[in-house]
Design a protein around this ligand. Structure first.
Ligand SMILES: [Zn+2]
Length: 446
């Protein structure tokens, strides 16, 4: 009788997050994510396309579920923590390996999945169950799942809490502690404190910024940064183009507010923007389309850009896909003159994001920025605050939850080490109570 963890993906690299937890003879899978760099290298797009699990496994873009072949028939639930593709993006391709297992997630995450299935005409045999934040769902006689409200960079992010006969397992992948969010509620600190009092057996926690000795600034700081640029730059007669993460509805909300202040007509261009915005509107999280025109299809995008060129681009604020320089996204296509838009001297391009530090993205972004500059346009970079916790947030989390064991996640050994050293500062012992894992490793917890 025991708990065994198999770290399937996201423990030797950043991406394809997935962890299996075996509680006696039942298994729960937490997250089923894509490796975005490998996926985009293969598809040249950040959007999900219909493909097979096998071809994606070959290019190392999905978690390898052969690693739990012996647990396959025991899986009773797939639980994605939030709607980012490095946490849900492998579901369309690999959930059917566990056909009887329901997928349980927050309403926004479920809505994003539904959009992906519909857009790509993908059907999976699994039941999709949406569970409200701060609610509990009984998976079996012995296991329940609770989704605790968290802040991150997408709506309805949750910290997953598995209730087991051996204690609670807390999965904090991804989160940040934002006390001044611009969309949605503050994290449920009270519940985390209760969990700490009730006793947590294990905390699986992201470690991307565990080396940064700070508290990650609030999303309201990013809003100020955007305001500074959008309202502060002299560009009255120029085009203004903003690009950011399509799923970052809080950021998009700030961009819309500022666009309204500028009295520019706001136009969103691109498939993935349409996907995440419509998903948010369907569950009444936002009502952006009161204030914006949302264009998804290629021919309509060409039509509206022609109209904008004619009417005067200074009257518009364009929000487009392509913040990482993805070759097939709107911004890259605009710059390559594949769309009817002419950049001119002094036009403004704002990157409300950071470059995800992998070779492919760095190369794509370098190329894109060179092309933008060659047309005389001005670039404003890094108008952004991360959605991930930093070292001092992790310290607060560990103090709140007081787990017996800690496993760092969401990156390879270097970054996991940073989280482990923080745990050691707090009295944990390597290999006894803080465990560095790799993809495919297993550990039994007592
Ligand atoms: Zn995330």
């Amino acid at each position: 009788m025991s708990i065994e963890i198999c770290t399937i993906g996201g423990f030797s690299e950043t991406g394809k997050n997935s962890t299996a937890v075996k509680i006696d003879e039942e298994v729960v899978i937490l997250d089923m994510g894509l490796h975005m760099e490998n996926y985009i290298r293969y598809t040249e797009d950040e959007d999900i396309r219909a493909m097979t699990y096998e071809e994606l496994l070959q290019v190392n873009a999905v978690p390898n579920y052969d690693l739990i072949n012996d647990w396959k028939d025991k899986v009773i639930g797939i639980i994605p923590s939030h709607g980012h593709l490095d946490h849900i993006g492998a579901i369309p391709f690999s959930a059917s390996i566990f056909p009887k297992s329901p997928i349980i997630c927050t309403p926004y995450t479920a809505e994003v999945l539904r959009s992906i299935f519909k857009d790509e005409r993908i059907s999976i045999p699994n039941n999709l169950i949406s569970l409200n934040l701060n609610s509990i769902y009984k998976l079996s006689e012995n296991i329940s799942v609770e989704l605790v409200n968290m802040t991150h960079s997408i709506p309805h992010a949750s910290m997953i809490v598995l209730h087991t006969p051996y204690g609670k397992i807390v999965y904090a992948n991804d989160y940040k502690f934002d006390r001044q969010p611009t969309l949605g509620k503050t994290p449920n600190f009270d519940r985390l404190q209760e969990i700490g009092k009730e006793g947590a057996l294990l905390l699986i926690v992201e470690c991307l910024y565990a080396h940064e000795h700070k508290k990650m600034p609030s999303e309201s700081v990013a809003k100020q940064m955007l305001k500074d640029v959008m309202l502060g730059v002299h560009a009255e007669k120029k085009a203004m183009i903003v690009t950011t993460f399509s799923s970052h509805l809080a950021r998009l909300k700030s961009i819309i507010e500022l666009g309204n202040k500028l009295n520019r007509k706001i136009v969103f261009l691109g498939r993935s923007l349409s996907k995440y915005v419509t998903a948010g509107e369907r569950i009444n999280l936002i009502d952006f389309q009161k204030n914006i025109t949302l264009v998804k299809h290629r021919d309509r995008i060409e039509k509206i850009l022609t109209k904008i060129n004619k009417e005067g681009k200074q009257k518009y604020l364009l929000v487009v896909t392509g913040h990482q320089g993805e070759p097939k996204a709107i911004l890259s296509r605009m710059v390559r003159n594949e769309l009817p838009f002419k950049f001119e001297n002094g036009d403004v391009v704002i990157f409300s994001c950071s470059v995800i530090p992998v070779e492919l993205n760095k190369d794509n972004r370098d190329k894109l920025e060179r092309q933008i500059r060659s047309k005389g346009a001005r670039i404003f970079k890094d108008i952004h605050v991360s959605g991930h916790a930093a070292r001092e947030d992790h310290r607060d989390l560990i103090e709140l939850v007081k787990p017996k064991h800690i496993i760092p996640s969401h990156a390879g050994q270097d970054k996991a080490n940073n989280l482990a050293s923080l745990a050691e500062e707090m009295g944990y012992k390597r290999n006894k109570s803080v465990h560095l894992m790799e993809d495919g490793k297993r550990i039994i917890l007592k």
